[in-house]
Design a protein around this ligand. Structure first.
Ligand code: SAM
Length: 275
């Protein structure tokens, strides 16, 4: 492991390699080492742990993960970042491997043969797609031990929202039926270079046992119907889903309830009955 004081300032790295931020690639870089170290602490002690990072960019978060003692595999779509990451590799011999690829094309089961954490300041344009992909795997529990992910604050709030709140919806249920979720920290827009228009937040998800007897596709369909008309009562929004309205009473849900008042456990129970 290297002495942090030997690492060049991130601003210098960006300038040296001409890494002007690309909007299309969702590039908003974090340069504050203290903040990056705090993010790297969210998953817990990473010494000797495998970490998958999406979008290392100039390598700010990557450095923090390497300093925490992690073995990092990073996938970056922007080839301009590769020389900066190669320099980082020299500071942390045998700790970093970089894949030049689109993260959406990566098959994590092929990449890792032992458990790993996923940590990323996600590019906003592909963040939700990646989260949904990681949460929707056929087999559960997955190979990953935790997700520590930066999202727009509004999306982060939806992931961790409790029933009854405005943010509660399909993304909350998709995340919470298979994971413990929490909003770990909010990050002010001014912390990024360049600053995005909106505030950001880090969510932390840890997989839990999946409830028995629930077909994920049925749960998905159920929440799709229920939240398609958020302001409507369930007897209206579920009327085209065979057997759903009739099953409500058995799981303690009233036909007159609106979807945001139904807990994750109740949706899961309903999906089990319909599975
Ligand atoms: N980790 C750096 C940081 O915290 O400063 C950069 C974060 S920036 C928000 C997102 C990064 O993801 C950029 O480096 C961008 O090039 C990369 N990226 C965008 N789309 C990607 C994709 N589909 N696959 C892999 N990397 C991608």
């Amino acid at each position: 492991m290297t002495d942090p004081s030997e690492l060049p300032p991130l601003r210098e790295t960006i300038k040296k390699h001409g890494l002007t931020a690309s909007k299309v690639l969702g590039q908003n870089f974090l340069l504050d080492r203290q903040l990056l170290n705090r993010i790297a602490e969210v998953p817990g002690d990473l010494k000797g742990e495998n970490v998958f990072e999406v979008g290392p960019g100039p390598g700010g978060l990557t450095q923090a993960l390497l300093l925490a003692g992690a073995q990092v595999t990073a996938v970056e779509k922007d080839e301009r970042c590769l020389p900066a990451l190669a320099e980082l590799d020299q500071h942390f011999p045998n700790q970093l491997s970089v894949i030049s690829e689109d993260a959406l094309k990566i098959d994590l089961d092929k990449l890792f043969n032992s458990p790993f954490h996923i940590v990323s300041n996600l590019p906003y344009n592909v963040g939700s797609a990646l989260l949904i992909k990681w949460l929707s795997s056929d087999t559960w529990k997955p190979n990953w031990k935790s997700l520590t992910l930066m999202f727009q604050r509004e999306v982060a709030e939806r992931i961790a929202a409790d029933a009854g709140s405005n943010a509660y919806g399909r993304l909350s249920i998709l995340s919470q039926w298979r994971c413990e979720t929490k909003l770990a920290m909010t990050v002010h827009r001014s912390a990024f270079t360049p600053p995005p228009k909106v505030m950001s937040a880090i969510v932390h998800l840890v997989p839990k046992e999946q409830p028995d007897g629930v077909n994920p596709a049925v749960l998905e369909k159920l929440t799709q119907h229920a939240f398609s008309q958020r302001r409507k009562m369930l007897r209206q929004s579920l009327k085209n889903l065979k057997g759903a309205v009739e099953a409500l009473d058995a799981v303690g849900i009233k036909e007159t309830q609106r979807p945001e008042t139904v807990s994750v456990a109740q949706f899961v129970e309903l999906a089990r009955m319909l599975s």
